[in-house]
Write a protein that binds this ligand. Structure first.
Ligand code: BES
Ligand code: ZN
Length: 456
C-alpha cells in the first residue's frame, strides 16, 4: 500500500466527476414518484463497486433497494463495514436554490447539490479510498464491506429488517462500522463523534367540519381545526423549549460534570454560529449551553404545518382540516416506544372537543452514546486524521440522528466510528446544500490512511 497517496492526488478530477454523476440522480426517498431514480442510484453504486473490483449486489427490500459490496475475505483479520446512504431529503423550496439541486455546480471550492454532504459526497470518500488502495496494491490485508441504503432520510426501516435477518447478520458481520454522515466541529478540525440523538417523527391530522365554512356565518360557534392544532402543538413545550409531555424526561440521564467540562473546553464560536444562520440570539432550556442543548438534550420541533387558505389575498373560511409534521429528538436511554405512547396520551388529554384527530407515527430510533475508550480503532483513525489535517481530532456528540447506527452497534456487536467531513454551513436539508471539495479530497486521503494504518 505504498503509492495510494499518489493515486489519490492524480485522480482528483476523476473522483469529482464520479461524485457529480451520483449527485445528478434525484434519489429522494420520501418522494414516491422517484422510485426509478432510487433504483438508478442504487445501480450506480452496484456497478461502481464492481468496476473497482468488489463483489457487489443490489438487495431488494419492501421499499428502496440496499447495495452491498465486499472485498475478498481474509481469515483472522478484522472486518471493516462502511455504511452510507444514497437517498437525500426533498430539495424544496426550489426557488431558493442558486443552481438547481440536481445539477452539481462548483462555486468557491464547494460543490452545490442536494446530497452533496448528506451523504453522497461523504460516503464516496470511502469508495474512492478503497479504489485507490486496490488500484495500487491489488488487495487488502483485511476485508472491507460496504452497505449503502436508500431509506436513511425516512427512518431506515428496510435496512433494520435486513440487519435482523439471518442473511443480514451474516453479510454485515464485522468488527468495526465506519460511518461518514456527521460533521466536523469546525472547518479543518478533524472530529470523531461519539453520540447521536434519536428521533420519533409524527404527523397529526385534525379534522373539524365536513367542508370549509364561511367564517362569518359559523365563526365562534364551531372549533376551528387550525386553532385546535396550534393549541395542541403549543402545549407540547414551554417558553424555554422544555417538553411538557408527562414522563418525557423520566429516563434522560443527567449530564456528567466531566462531559460538561469537555464540551465547554471546545473552541466554540457561539456568536459566529448564530450569525451564520441570521440570528442574534439562541433559544433553549435554561442552564444548558448551546452545544448541550443541541447534542445531549431532547427536544420538540414542528417540521411543517398546513391548513386553510395559502393563496393570494384573503379568504374568510374556517378550514375543514389542519395537519402538522413534528419530531422529538431523543437522547440515549429514552425509549422511542414510550415516547410515542406518552405523546398519544398527551394529545388525547389536550385536544379540544369539537374536532377529531389522527396521529400517524412515521418512524422512531433511539439515541446512542459510544464508549470509545474501549475501541482499538480509534487510535489508527486519530493517526490518519492528524496526518491529513495536521491537527488532532476533537471528540464531540451531535444532535442529528442516523437511525440504523444504534442497532448496528447492538446487533453486530461491533465498534462504531463516526468520522464526518461535513461543516455547519453545509446547509444539509436546506436549499443550497454544499460540500467542500477540500473536505472531499481530505476525506479520501484520511480514509485510505486509516485503512493503511490498520494494515500495519
Ligand atoms: N447526516 C444526517 C445526520 C446528522 C446530521 C448527523 C447532522 C450529525 C449532524 C442524516 O442523514 C440525517 O439527516 N438523518 C435524519 C434521520 C431521520 C430522518 C430519521 C435526521 O437526523 O433528521
Ligand atoms: Zn440527512
Amino acid at each position: 500500500m505504498s503509492n495510494f497517496e499518489d493515486y489519490i492526488s492524480a485522480n482528483k478530477s476523476a473522483f469529482e466527476s464520479g461524485l457529480f454523476d451520483v449527485l445528478r440522480i434525484p434519489s429522494i426517498s420520501a418522494d414516491e414518484s422517484r422510485l426509478s431514480d432510487m433504483s438508478r442510484c442504487a445501480r450506480w453504486f452496484v456497478d461502481g463497486f464492481s468496476r473497482i473490483g468488489l463483489k457487489s449486489e443490489l438487495i431488494e427490500t419492501r421499499r428502496h433497494p440496499l447495495v452491498y459490496a465486499e472485498t475478498a475475505e481474509v481469515p483472522d483479520k478484522p472486518i471493516i463495514l462502511i455504511y452510507g446512504h444514497y437517498d437525500v431529503q426533498p430539495p424544496d423550496p426550489l426557488n431558493l436554490w442558486v443552481s438547481p439541486p440536481f445539477e452539481p455546480n462548483i462555486r468557491n471550492g464547494n460543490v452545490y447539490a442536494r446530497g452533496a454532504t448528506d451523504d453522497k459526497g461523504q460516503f464516496l470518500t470511502h469508495f474512492y479510498a478503497i479504489e485507490s488502495i486496490l488500484k495500487t496494491s491489488g488487495s487488502l490485508p483485511f476485508q472491507v464491506k460496504f452497505i449503502v441504503e436508500g431509506e436513511e432520510e425516512v427512518g431506515s426501516e428496510s435496512l433494520d429488517e435486513f440487519l435482523h435477518s439471518e442473511l443480514g447478520k451474516r453479510k454485515l458481520a464485522c468488527d468495526c462500522i465506519l460511518v461518514s454522515d456527521t460533521g466536523m466541529f469546525a472547518a479543518g478540525q478533524p472530529t470523531i463523534t461519539y453520540g447521536l440523538r434519536g428521533i420519533v417523527a409524527f404527523e397529526l391530522l385534525v379534522t373539524g367540519p365536513n367542508r370549509d365554512l364561511h367564517s362569518g356565518t359559523f365563526g365562534g360557534s364551531v372549533f376551528n381545526p387550525a386553532i385546535a392544532l396550534t393549541k395542541i402543538l403549543d402545549a407540547m413545550i414551554d417558553k424555554n423549549g422544555r417538553v411538557q409531555i408527562p414522563h418525557f424526561y423520566d429516563d434522560v440521564l443527567p449530564l456528567t460534570e466531566n462531559e460538561r467540562n469537555q464540551f465547554a473546553s471546545l473552541p466554540f464560536d457561539e456568536s459566529g454560529f448564530f450569525d451564520a444562520i441570521g440570528l442574534n440570539d439562541g433559544f433553549g432550556e435554561i442552564n444548558f449551553s448551546t452545544n448541550e442543548r443541541r447534542w445531549v438534550r431532547p427536544t420538540f420541533d414542528i417540521n411543517g404545518i398546513t391548513s386553510g387558505y395559502q393563496g393570494d389575498g384573503s379568504k374568510t373560511i374556517i378550514p375543514s382540516k389542519a395537519s402538522a409534521k413534528f419530531t422529538f429528538r431523543l437522547v440515549p436511554n429514552q425509549n422511542p416506544d414510550d415516547v410515542i405512547s406518552n405523546v398519544r396520551k398527551f394529545i388525547d388529554s389536550t385536544a379540544p372537543k369539537g374536532v377529531t384527530w389522527e396521529l400517524v407515527v412515521q418512524h422512531g430510533a433511539a439515541g446512542m452514546r459510544l464508549d470509545l475508550d474501549k475501541s482499538r480503532f480509534v487510535k489508527p483513525m486519530s493517526n490518519a486524521l492528524e496526518k491529513t489535517f495536521n491537527r488532532k481530532p476533537v471528540f464531540i456528540r451531535e444532535g442529528g440522528s442516523i437511525p440504523i447506527v444504534a442497532n448496528f452497534h447492538l446487533v453486530l456487536n461491533a465498534d462504531v466510528l463516526l468520522v464526518g467531513w461535513g461543516q455547519d454551513d453545509d446547509a444539509l436539508h436546506s436549499p443550497n446544500e454544499k460540500f467542500s471539495l477540500t473536505s472531499f479530497h481530505n476525506g479520501i486521503l484520511a480514509s485510505a490512511r486509516f485503512l493503511n494504518e490498520l494494515s500495519k
